[in-house]
Write a protein that binds this ligand. Structure first.
Ligand SMILES: Cc1cc2nc3c(=O)[nH]c(=O)nc-3n(C[C@H](O)[C@H](O)[C@H](O)COP(=O)(O)OP(=O)(O)OC[C@H]3O[C@@H](n4cnc5c(N)ncnc54)[C@H](O)[C@@H]3O)c2cc1C
Length: 328
């Protein structure tokens, strides 16, 4: 799969202030990017990985309008991103860890650096995890990590485990192979959802051990991680002695953790928006499955992305918008 990611810097290497930063490049984010870029706004999309999108893991899609042939979700997503790129949107593979949405410009803190934007569209979908595995929370920051780029260098010549089955997990594992002595890659499914060249690169690393259909059950340790307990495909269990556990598992919860409580969520844990997908913070919008109050389909997410992008364009160019009464 041919994915090009550019670094968002100006000529002097300083970070740019983008008109719109979109977090999440699934159908909602990619469509928002296309509409915003076509309206001549400077658009950056930050996405942690192609197969971390609900659409990216869909093996066949046959109900997207205008695409009569059965194609994989990943291919449909690639086409959407390519279309947005043609209008000038920049896609960067990066995971947003935290935000400051009240500042001007708004700040997005990601693994690869800090991004600044006048407006933000949140399109992170609903593939976040609900339940943590035993020991994960207690050992967070003491061997448990969600960011190889941030923490990988601490594990030089040590053994680590990576749990996940997306291209995000594979990319992170590959990064870790530069430092760690052994990287145990634990995929909860028999198949890893990642492009073939990435999988080939992973399996050809001499210091990678692949475990397919292996579920991470527990992170073990006292002061620091000392091992992981894994349920194997054959029904058995194994404890692997490791110093680090990098976890990239997916679930079915709206991905809002990185917002750090800055936006009010409704009773189902979803971001509140108005008819133009504006949140309670001016200049911040949310679209797609992260709202979880509608039919979860790619075409719906894409439509919401289009509406939000048009609202952003109006707002940034100072045109009138609908007034919102948040008391209702
Ligand atoms: C198994 C399955 C089958 C499906 N089949 C169909 C179908 O046949 N037809 C159909 O129309 N719909 C189908 N859907 C539903 C459809 O895939 C979703 O409704 C749609 O993908 C939602 O789009 P989205 O852009 O809101 O979220 P997503 O597609 O989930 O995209 C969210 C993006 O946000 C990124 N992200 C999340 N957190 C961060 C972060 N902190 N930093 C950076 N990036 C982040 C993720 O990497 C991801 O790319 C299916 C879903 C599943 C799970």
């Amino acid at each position: 799969m041919d994915l090009h990611f550019e670094l968002p810097t100006t000529g002097d290497g300083a970070a740019s202030v983008w008109d719109v930063a979109i977090v999440g490049g699934g159908p909602a984010g990619a469509t928002a990017a296309m509409y915003a870029a076509r309206a001549d706004l400077r658009v950056i999309v930050l996405d942690k990985g192609l197969t971390a999108s609900a659409l990216g893991i869909t093996s066949r899609i046959a109900n997207y309008p205008g695409v009569p042939e059965e194609i994989s979700g990943a291919e449909l997503l690639r086409r959407m991103r390519e279309q947005a790129q043609r209008f000038g949107a920049v896609f960067v593979q990066d995971k947003v860890q935290a935000v400051d949405l009240e500042s001007d410009p708004k700040l997005l803190f990601a693994n690869g650096g800090t991004y600044e934007a006048r407006a933000v569209i949140i399109a992170t979908g609903s593939m976040a995890r609900g339940q943590r595995v035993k020991g994960e929370e207690e050992l967070l920051g003491r061997g448990v990590s969600y960011c190889a780029t941030c923490d990988g260098a601490f594990f030089r010549d040590q053994d680590v485990a990576v749990a996940g089955n997306t291209d995000e997990a594979v990319e992170e594992a590959l990064f870790l192979t530069r430092f760690a002595r052994t990287v145990h890659f634990l995929s909860p499914t028999p198949r890893i959802h990642a492009p073939e060249p990435l999988l080939h690169e992973l399996s050809s690393q001499p210091n990678v051990r692949l475990y397919l259909g292996a579920a991470l059950r527990e992170v073990i340790g006292g002061d620091h991680v000392t091992g992981v307990r894994v349920a194997l495909r054959d029904g058995g269990e194994q404890v692997l002695p490791v110093n680090g556990a990098f976890i990239y598992l997916q679930g079915g919860r709206p991905a809002t953790d990185f917002l750090g409580g800055q936006l009010p969520l409704n009773e189902t844990g979803c971001v509140r928006v108005d008819a133009e997908y504006r949140t309670t913070i001016p200049g911040v919008y949310a679209v797609g499955d992260v709202l979880c109050n509608h039919v979860k389909q790619a075409v719906v997410a894409a439509a919401e992305g289009a509406i939000a992008a048009m609202a952003v364009e109006k707002a940034l160019r100072g045109r009138k918008q609908l007034a919102v009464d948040w008391s209702k």
